[in-house]
Write a protein that binds this ligand. Structure first.
Ligand SMILES: [Zn+2]
Length: 302
């Protein structure tokens, strides 16, 4: 089974940041960094990221410094220290309370798939995911009191019950099920157009990743699988997942659909997938690990 090529990391991974986690609890250092005019800021507005060049189809992250950045800090929204970018501190701040941000144009990361440089995509995904957690975690899940941020935005502390809450990332398995020259792809009502993609689902408490792969495939398609091989993972902060990519060998072929989960599932040959337009279906977008799993499997035959 294909292994990931380290020179080609999955989209939204491979961040150039040194997360410098040891600095998060160094209050003096954080305050000095917050006040420094050279410090970089990547604001998030309603899950969107600050970019430039979007209209020209050449989007890039717009990192702010100096007075423009100082204004963001006064917005009162959640902020966090993301790390060091080539030695310079980089922070994020959520400015969703503003009705119309004046610092520039905010764009949904998923609206520009494959157009951002990998470094920019990774940084913006990181900031978006962290701010989503902060915005959804203002009150203690244990007792309901308002939480206060600590560790430069990476911990939420409950002053009432002393609970500490940490950023949440939900594991999801995503798998290409294969049998000889054919692969099993499904179509969900949530997919755009006539797209067929790999099966996927969230890991449940008390199961291994391999068990989650087998359960999800059987639930959605009725297909039994045998060996499971890990491929790679992908941060997927849309809103809060990490996708764990696998290949799975099918032991059976008959499809029994669970139409509450997916509308259709079919076996496709490599030739059909390569020439999907001629066969009337789409494959997943280039920024997804689903596409990576499919492409790497197709390449095995070349
Ligand atoms: Zn509490």
């Amino acid at each position: 089974m294909p292994r990931i090529d380290p020179s080609r990391p999955n989209p939204y991974s491979g961040s150039p940041l040194d997360r410098a986690a040891g600095r998060r609890d160094d209050g003096d250092w954080i305050v000095a960094a917050l006040d420094h005019p050279a410090t970089l800021w990547t604001p998030v507005w309603r899950n969107r990221s600050l970019m430039q060049g979007v209209a020209e189809q050449r989007p890039e992250a717009l990192l702010l410094t100096g007075p423009a950045a100082a204004g963001l800090r006064d917005s009162g929204g959640a902020w966090a220290f993301l790390g060091l970018l080539h030695g310079t501190p980089l922070f994020t701040v959520d400015i969703s309370a503003e009705d119309a941000p004046t610092v520039g144009t905010f764009t949904d990361l998923r609206a520009v798939p494959g157009l951002l440089a990998p470094d920019d995509a990774a940084i913006l995904a990181h900031a978006r995911g962290l701010m989503h957690w902060r915005n959804r975690s203002r009150f203690c899940a244990n007792c309901g009191a308002a939480c206060a941020p600590r560790s430069a935005g990476h911990v939420l502390h409950c002053p009432a019950c002393q609970a500490q809450h940490f950023p949440r990332t939900d594991p999801a398995v995503i798998m290409l099920v294969t049998r000889g020259d054919r692969a099993l792809l499904g179509h969900s009502a949530r997919f755009p157009g006539n797209m067929y993609s790999t099966l996927a689902g969230f890991v449940e408490p008390g199961e291994t990743l391999e068990e989650a792969v087998a359960r999800e495939v059987f639930e959605e398609s009725g297909v039994r699988i045998g060996a499971v091989h890990y491929h790679s993972s992908q941060p997927w902060p849309f809103p809060a997942s990490i996708m764990l990519g696998f290949y799975a060998d099918a032991l059976s072929e008959e499809i029994v659909l669970d139409t509450t989960e997916i509308e259709d599932a079919r076996w496709f040959s490599r030739a059909e997938i390569r020439d999907h337009d001629a066969h009337g279906f789409k494959v997943p977008r280039g920024d997804s690990i689903a596409r990576r799993l499919i492409d790497d499997w197709l390449a095995l035959d070349e």
